[in-house]
Design a protein around this ligand. Structure first.
Ligand code: PMV
Length: 341
């Protein structure tokens, strides 16, 4: 039996959203996206992997529930890891033939638009890479599990290049700047609802790509410039520019969801109240102090500088006196890490 390898992987929240695939099987996106990776202390996936000649089947437990390993995306990740191990000759053929057991859990709501699959697949693939002693970069393998997972393999700020090649070899995630570049940058996660989203991102992307007129406009006319501009803003630590682009891109992504037919709604009334609050707060201060972004769910991720956290947090708790939304404050981390259990 191999040692049990346990890894933790962080969530990443996009500021330029990936929405739409040019190849569904290889999970190749139609547009570049940019994200910040959040600190594993607050939100992370934790995955343990063990290989043994005594295991009869590949098996996986997700948040304590046994699930089928026949899931195509998991199979793809495992297959590619084994191909890589064969090419790198990192383990012998006998070891490669043994079955694996995987145990994975998130410390935050799963499939509620909080990038749980990104952290989950980044973690699974990083843990498998350790078990099979793979030396090369595995971000492109994480992408086969969930597109956005390729960004969670790195810390700090990350850009996923859509690439143009048919085989996807140029569709890679690249770190723009590591965590130490902008230590004041923080994220405040507001958990509005922990129920699973009604329409998965895969299905939502399919509907938007086929039916939304706004979709093509966004890809051609908005994302390329926004991506360059936000990368510049990150490198220059220009929060005002960063915040404006982040909010505009989130709004446009949800506008595309509404422009899809049938329309897709991920945000709810509380999400909209959060948007209103942030605009009022920024107006009051005469400049952008806090930026919101929403993925495929009602939960908000607020990006803000550290000195702003003690100012906005009591306000949120005052306006939403119940625990809805629940709040988590986090900084930005370095990368997936191996932990001792
Ligand atoms: O990686 P997926 O298939 O879960 O899609 C992620 C889509 C968004 O979270 C809405 C945007 C993004 O870039 O993370």
């Amino acid at each position: 039996m191999s040692d049990i390898i346990t890894m933790v992987a962080p969530v990443n929240i996009a500021v330029i959203k990936y929405w739409g695939k040019r190849n569904e099987e290889l999970i190749l996106p139609l547009n570049d996206s940019v994200s910040a990776t959040l600190d594993t202390n607050v939100m992370c996936a934790k995955t343990s992997v063990c290989v043994s000649p005594n295991f009869l089947e590949d098996e996986i437990w997700l948040n304590g529930v046994k699930e089928s390993f026949s899931n195509e995306r998991m199979q793809n990740c495992l297959r590619e890891i084994k191909v890589r191990a064969t090419v790198e000759k990192s383990v012998d053929d006998v070891f490669l033939s043994w079955k694996i057991h995987v145990c994975s859990e998130n410390n935050f709501p799963t499939a509620a638009g909080l990038a749980s699959s990104a952290a989950g697949y980044a973690c699974l693939v990083s843990a498998l890479a350790k078990v099979y002693k793979i030396k090369s970069d595995v971000s492109s393998i994480a992408r086969l599990g969930s597109g956005s997972a390729c960004r969670s393999v790195y810390g700090g700020f990350v850009r996923w290049h859509s690439g143009v090649k048919i085989d996807g070899s140029d569709s890679i995630a690249v770190q723009i700047a590591d965590k130490s570049h902008w230590p004041e940058m923080h994220a405040l996660i507001l958990v509005v609802g922990d129920t699973k989203k009604k329409i998965s991102s895969t299905k939502g992307m399919r509907i938007s790509t086929k039916t939304s007129d706004l979709f093509q406009y966004r890809i051609q006319n908005c994302v390329p410039k926004r991506t360059e501009d936000i990368c510049e803003a990150i490198l220059a630590k220009d929060f005002v520019k960063f915040g404006e682009i982040t909010m505009k891109d989130s709004n446009q992504f949800h506008a595309i969801c509404l422009d899809s037919y049938p329309p897709i709604t991920y945000m709810n009334d509380i999400s909209n109240k959060i948007i209103e609050l942030i605009h009022k707060y920024n107006n009051f201060h005469g400049e952008i102090k806090v930026a919101y972004t929403f993925d495929a769910g009602p939960n908000a991720c607020l990006y803000l500088l550290q000195n702003e956290v003690p100012k906005i947090l009591p306000l949120i708790q005052h306006i939403f006196p119940s625990s809805n939304p629940d709040t988590f404050v986090t900084g930005l981390p370095t990368h997936c890490e191996m932990i001792n259990t």
